[in-house]
Design a protein around this ligand. Structure first.
Ligand code: XLS
Ligand code: NI
Ligand code: NI
Length: 435
């Protein structure tokens, strides 16, 4: 039985194809820098957007047509959704997926019942994964939708709510282990505050760190060897979220002795909300050896919230893939489409157009990035720009061989320093040669 009877298998047909259900650029087996595009890009689909996002917004209800979904909280409905999802993955030729516990199975307002449902659904997912050769990129617990988490989970002022969240994390880790998940994400949608008037920030941060340590310890105990990630986002839903950007997350991880256990899962639209480019966030993470995985999407410059649009901007995908290649590529991570269709794109086939566009945009970004690297001029420019640090006073400062007295003596013996142009516009032109 097919849930998308009118949608053909999506395949690579090349740039001249006019078939809307074909890849024009993503050619999974094509080798780039000696590795297949499939292995470079490690695409994943987000269960919450593909199967659970009805495209409602703050001003109106859902528009998405989901003829397979009876809208009930039953395990049967959850299992049927999983079947639909795997047909989608197959037709899209996407190898990985990601989920929150409450996307794949119902929240039943009782931990024992919710966990029992989760067990049943993950049994089915395991069967589907094997039958369809699909893998779990990462799992996570939804600690932000239920009203009990209105004031946070790991940072809730209520110890009982913290404990509930921790118990939910335990079950979600069990589920992720069972499904062979390569990672586990913490995104703290409610781990922040609405006002400092009622907030003990220090205590809340201590508790958030305690939750992460509990998870790391439990993972060791059950033999979960996947990568833990933390996903920065500055705001929305809360006024301020503690994991506001890559630098804030890294500082938090270092302060609480968690740096060795978690990497970052960076999302483009979250970078934008934090007032950064995605390249900035990736660079900060990579410098700390903490670039883990990517939630691929893009925002709308005219709208001030997380619009989670599918990535179509080739400048963006090129800069992302330049950084990914520079760091040696994904290991446990990948490109997870944490993206939703616009509310007007309510038909099931729009799910396909959206993912095809995102995959082709990243394929083009990958090719452009590889081209820029093979060309070598960009790298050479940056290397040359810092050449004065390789010898003389620069080398002595870097190796801490001189103090302020020696430096001062050096300056007194030299003419006024001269600068070389940063050549921003020339470099921008260079990038455009490859896009
Ligand atoms: C929301 C986040 C969320 C995380 C997973 O803005 O991006 O979807 O990726 O909890
Ligand atoms: Ni995300
Ligand atoms: Ni987001």
């Amino acid at each position: 039985m097919s849930y998308f009877p009118s949608i053909p298998q999506v395949r690579y047909e090349g740039p001249s194809s006019k078939n809307p259900f074909a890849f024009k650029h993503y050619n999974p087996d094509e080798l780039i820098e000696g590795k297949s595009m499939r292995d470079h890009l490690r695409f994943a689909a987000a269960y919450w957007h593909v199967m659970r996002n009805d495209l409602s917004d703050p001003f109106g209800g859902g528009t998405a047509l989901m003829p397979w979904d009876d809208r009930s909280d039953s395990v049967e409905n959850a299992i049927k959704r999983a079947d639909v999802f795997f047909e989608f993955l197959d037709k899209m030729d996407i190898d990985y997926y990601c989920f929150h516990d409450r996307d794949i199975s119902p929240e039943l307002n009782n931990l024992a019942k919710s966990t029992a449902a989760l067990d049943k659904v993950t049994d089915h997912l395991l069967t589907l994964q094997k039958a369809h050769s699909k893998k779990l990129l990462w799992g996570t617990a939804c600690l932000f939708s239920h009203p009990r988490y209105a004031q946070g989970a790991g940072t809730s002022p209520s110890a009982e709510v913290f404990a509930y969240g921790a118990a939910q994390v335990k079950a979600a880790l069990d589920a992720t282990l069972k499904l062979g998940g390569e990672g586990y994400v913490f995104w703290g949608g409610r781990e922040g505050y609405a006002t400092l008037l009622n907030t003990d920030m220090k205590r809340e941060l201590d508790h958030l760190a305690a939750l992460l340590h509990l998870a790391v310890d439990y993972a060791k105990k059950i033999g979960f060897t996947g990568q833990f990630y933390i996903e920065p986002k500055p705001r929305e839903p809360s006024t301020h979220q503690y994991d506001s950007d890559a630098a804030a997350c890294l500082n938090f991880l270092r302060e609480y002795g968690l740096k060795d256990h978690l990497k970052l899962n960076l999302e483009t639209n979250h970078a934008t909300l934090a007032g950064h480019t995605m390249l900035h966030e990736m660079t900060v993470a990579a410098n700390a050896d903490a670039l883990g995985s990517i939630d691929a999407n893009q925002g709308d410059e005219l709208i001030g919230w997380d619009t989670d649009q599918f990535p179509t901007d080739l400048y963006l995908t090129t800069s992302v893939m330049l950084k990914v290649l520079e760091t040696g590529g994904f290991t446990t991570g990948g490109l997870n489409f944490d993206a939703k269709r616009r509310r007007e794109s309510h038909e099931p086939e729009d799910l396909f157009h959206a993912h095809i566009g995102g995959m082709d945009a990243f394929a083009r970004g990958l090719k452009a990035a590889a081209g820029i690297r093979a060309d070598g001029r960009l790298e050479e420019f940056v290397t040359k720009r810092y050449a004065s640090w390789n010898e003389g006073i620069g080398a002595k400062i870097e190796s801490k061989a001189v103090g302020l007295e020696e430096i001062s003596k050096h300056v007194l013996s030299q003419p006024e320093p001269t600068l070389t142009s940063g050549r921003q516009e020339m470099l921008e032109n260079l990038i455009n040669e490859f896009i």
